[in-house]
Design a protein around this ligand. Structure first.
Ligand SMILES: [Ca+2]
Ligand SMILES: [Ca+2]
Ligand SMILES: [Ca+2]
Length: 375
C-alpha cells in the first residue's frame, strides 16, 4: 500500500516537472514573462550529423531552406508550401568539401535557384544551380579563395544583377561580379580586408550604394568598406580592439537615432554593445552569455523598440534581452537546444515570430514559434 502511494506521489511529481518544463521561461528581472510569452518548438531531422548554416527563402506562403551540412559537405533542401505545414525534405546533394561555413541562395530564374557555398577548410566557393521542375542540380562554377567565411548576395555595382560578396580569412576579400547570366567574375576588394570572419551590409553614408562592415580577426577591428557604386571600396577601421567575432548586427538599439553595433564574440567578452556617439563607439557588455553564436532583433515589448534574441553554442536556452528604453533586461527562453550554429528570426505578424535554429551536434534544425501575448 505504501509503495502504491509512493509511486502515485512520484507520478504527480513527474507530471508537475513536465508541466513546469513545457513552455519554460526564466526571468532574471521583474518582468513576468510567463504571462505574455508563449512558444512551441518543432524539430526536423536532416540526414547529416551536423548543420552549420542555412539559407532561407520566403516566397509568399512558400518557404525554402537550403541547409549547409557536415560532413562531408552536403546541402539538404527542405520546403514548406503553407505556413501551417512543417518542413519536408525535397532534395539533397553531396559536395566534395571539408566543411560548409556559410550558404546563401537566391532565385535566379522562373524555375531556378542559385546556391552559393563557402568552404573555409577547402578554400573554395562553390556555385550551384537547382532547377525546380526537374529536381536537377548543376555545379556551373567554383572559385579558389583562401579561407572563405561569410557570404552576402547583393548588387554591389548597381547594374541590377545580384553579385556575391565573400569575406575570407586569407589576404584580402573578394566579390564575384554577376555577368548578367548568373556567371561570375572574381574581383579583389582590397588588401585591407584580410582575416574577415563575418560581414554585414549597410548603406553607411546613405548615398544609395550598399557598403559593408567586416569583422577582421587579424586587424582586431571592424572595418567599414564604403562603396563608390561601381564595386570599388574604401576601407576605414571604425572600431578597434575587437576579436573573436562570430556574428554582429547593426541597428539603433539604444534608441537615440544613430546606428549602434552589437557583437557576439567567443572570447571572454561575450555579447557587446558598441554604442555610437557621433561616429565613435564605446563598449558596454550586454547580459551574461557564454559563446554567443547569433544575434537577431525582435520587438518583445510591443513598443517598436528592438529587443535582442541571442543563441549560444554552450547553452540549451536562447537569451532574450528586453529593451526597456535602451536598458536591457535578460531572460532565458528554454528551448532545449544543442550547440546552435545559427539563429534567424522571421516576423509573421505583430508579436508573432518564427525562429529557425540549426544544430552542430544533432544534425537537426528547429522552428520555434513565439507569441508575445501583450499585443
Ligand atoms: Ca551587380
Ligand atoms: Ca553607401
Ligand atoms: Ca543608437
Amino acid at each position: 500500500m505504501k509503495l502504491g502511494k509512493f509511486s502515485r506521489q512520484i507520478g504527480l511529481l513527474l507530471i508537475l516537472i513536465f508541466l513546469l518544463y513545457s513552455g519554460r521561461v526564466y526571468a532574471s528581472d521583474d518582468l513576468d514573462l510567463k504571462n505574455y510569452l508563449k512558444w512551441s518548438k518543432t524539430e526536423f531531422k536532416t540526414r547529416a550529423s551536423s548543420v552549420t548554416s542555412f539559407a532561407r527563402l520566403i516566397e509568399n506562403e512558400k518557404e525554402i531552406l537550403f541547409l549547409g551540412c557536415y560532413k562531408k559537405g552536403r546541402i539538404e533542401m527542405f520546403q514548406k508550401l503553407e505556413a501551417k505545414e512543417g518542413f519536408r525534405l525535397v532534395k539533397s546533394i553531396r559536395l566534395d568539401l571539408d566543411d560548409i561555413r556559410d550558404i546563401k541562395a537566391f532565385r535566379s530564374g522562373v524555375d531556378q535557384y542559385t546556391i552559393v557555398v563557402a568552404s573555409e577548410l577547402s578554400n573554395k566557393i562553390q556555385v550551384l544551380e537547382y532547377v525546380e521542375s526537374t529536381g536537377q542540380w548543376t555545379k556551373p562554377e567554383s572559385f579558389r579563395i583562401s579561407g572563405p567565411t561569410s557570404l552576402n548576395i547583393v548588387d554591389l555595382n548597381n547594374d541590377g544583377y545580384l553579385d556575391i560578396l565573400v569575406g575570407s580569412t586569407g589576404s584580402g576579400s573578394f566579390w564575384l561580379s554577376n555577368d548578367k547570366n548568373v556567371r561570375f567574375q572574381k574581383k579583389l576588394i582590397g588588401s585591407a580586408f584580410l582575416g574577415i570572419e563575418q560581414i554585414r551590409l549597410i548603406d553607411y553614408n546613405e548615398d544609395g550604394f550598399t557598403d559593408f562592415i567586416g569583422a577582421s580577426e587579424s586587424r582586431k577591428s571592424l572595418i567599414l568598406a564604403l562603396n563608390d557604386g561601381k564595386g570599388k571600396f574604401t576601407p576605414k577601421d571604425i572600431v578597434t580592439g575587437i576579436t573573436g567575432v562570430l556574428d554582429f548586427l547593426i541597428a539603433d538599439v539604444d534608441i537615440d537615432c544613430d546606428l549602434d553595433i552589437v557583437v557576439a564574440s567567443h572570447n571572454s567578452k561575450g555579447l557587446l554593445l558598441l554604442k555610437n556617439d557621433h561616429g565613435e563607439f564605446t563598449e558596454k557588455k550586454l547580459g551574461d552569455i557564454k559563446n554567443p553564436t547569433s544575434i537577431q532583433t525582435l520587438d518583445l515589448m510591443g513598443d517598436g523598440n528592438l529587443s535582442l534574441v541571442v543563441s549560444s553554442f554552450d547553452e540549451t536556452y536562447l537569451t532574450l534581452l528586453y529593451n526597456k528604453k535602451g536598458d536591457f533586461k535578460q531572460a532565458k527562453l528554454e528551448v532545449d537546444a544543442r550547440e546552435i550554429t545559427k539563429l534567424e528570426v522571421k516576423q509573421e505578424s505583430k508579436g508573432h515570430y518564427k525562429l529557425l535554429t540549426s544544430s552542430f551536434s544533432s544534425g537537426k534544425f528547429a522552428e520555434i514559434e513565439l507569441n508575445v501575448m501583450r499585443y
